[in-house]
Write a protein that binds this ligand. Structure first.
Ligand SMILES: N[C@@H](CCC(=O)N[C@@H](CS)C(=O)NCC(=O)O)C(=O)O
Length: 223
């Protein structure tokens, strides 16, 4: 019997679910995965079943051995307590990892609005608003600094950790929208995409039923 459950949304669309899911799997928690497909009916802002099942009305939401955890970053911290080593061991590196994870959790609205998370679509060249491009420049600088400091292929060295989990959906956005990026960024994207957990998330996203597709995500912005 599993130790709890993780509620997520569509793997094709839910970037925050991907972060929580990656953290839980990196920590090896034995939880049941409960996927509640998004609903976008006229006049319904968010999915009623998600609102009913979670404290903040949002996914991801983790219940584990009596603990209730929501907000991706809090789920990351909970998972790090369960499985030490998911943040860098060095305190200075760990401080940077937490800083960039928090920067991701609270920022980059320009990117998130213009280039939403989607798997299985090619929106190459679209979404290049000034705000999105400014966020992309900042993200590329963060990644370049971390990769140079720790030698890659992941942000803090050879192991895919929680900082990578927080940025994996950004890699997903870049793969779908194909902004112009540096060779360093491209190499990091390739490493993240090839990680077994990310590959599994993509495969499961692509296997979701057609009845879950939502026009609000699938319709590209006017180019
Ligand atoms: N700050 C939250 C954001 C979570 C969030 O916005 N989740 C979205 C999905 S990506 C959601 O649950 N939306 C409800 C809906 O679309 O019905 C976190 O870090 O977990």
């Amino acid at each position: 019997m599993p130790d709890g459950r993780l509620l997520i949304g569509n793997k094709r669309y839910s970037s925050w679910s991907m972060r929580g899911w990656l953290a839980v799997h990196l920590a090896g928690l034995d939880v049941e995965e409960v996927l509640i497909p998004f609903v976008r009916s006229e006049g319904v802002g968010a999915t009623p079943a998600i609102q009913a099942a979670t404290p903040a009305g949002l996914v991801p939401y983790l219940e584990h051995r009596g603990a209730r955890v929501w907000e991706s970053l809090a789920i990351c911290e909970y998972c790090a307590e369960q499985a030490p080593g998911l943040w860098p061991g060095d305190p200075a590196a760990r401080a940077v990892a937490r800083s960039i994870a928090a920067e991701m959790a609270t920022g980059f609205r320009g990117l998130r609005q213009a280039m939403w998370f989607i798997i299985g679509r090619d929106f190459s060249g679209l979404g290049r608003t000034p705000a999105a491009l400014a966020d992309i420049a900042r993200i590329e600088a963060i990644w370049a600094d971390c990769l140079a400091a720790h030698g890659g292929p992941f942000l803090f060295g050879p192991r895919f950790g929680l900082a990578d989990a927080m940025y994996a959906p950004v890699v997903g956005r870049f793969l779908a929208w194909q902004p112009e990026v540096s060779a360093t960024t491209r190499a990091y994207m390739d490493a993240v995409r090839a990680h077994p957990l990310v590959a599994r998330w993509y495969a499961e996203a692509l296997a979701e039923p057609a009845s879950w597709l939502l026009a609000s995500y699938e319709t590209p912005p006017a180019g």
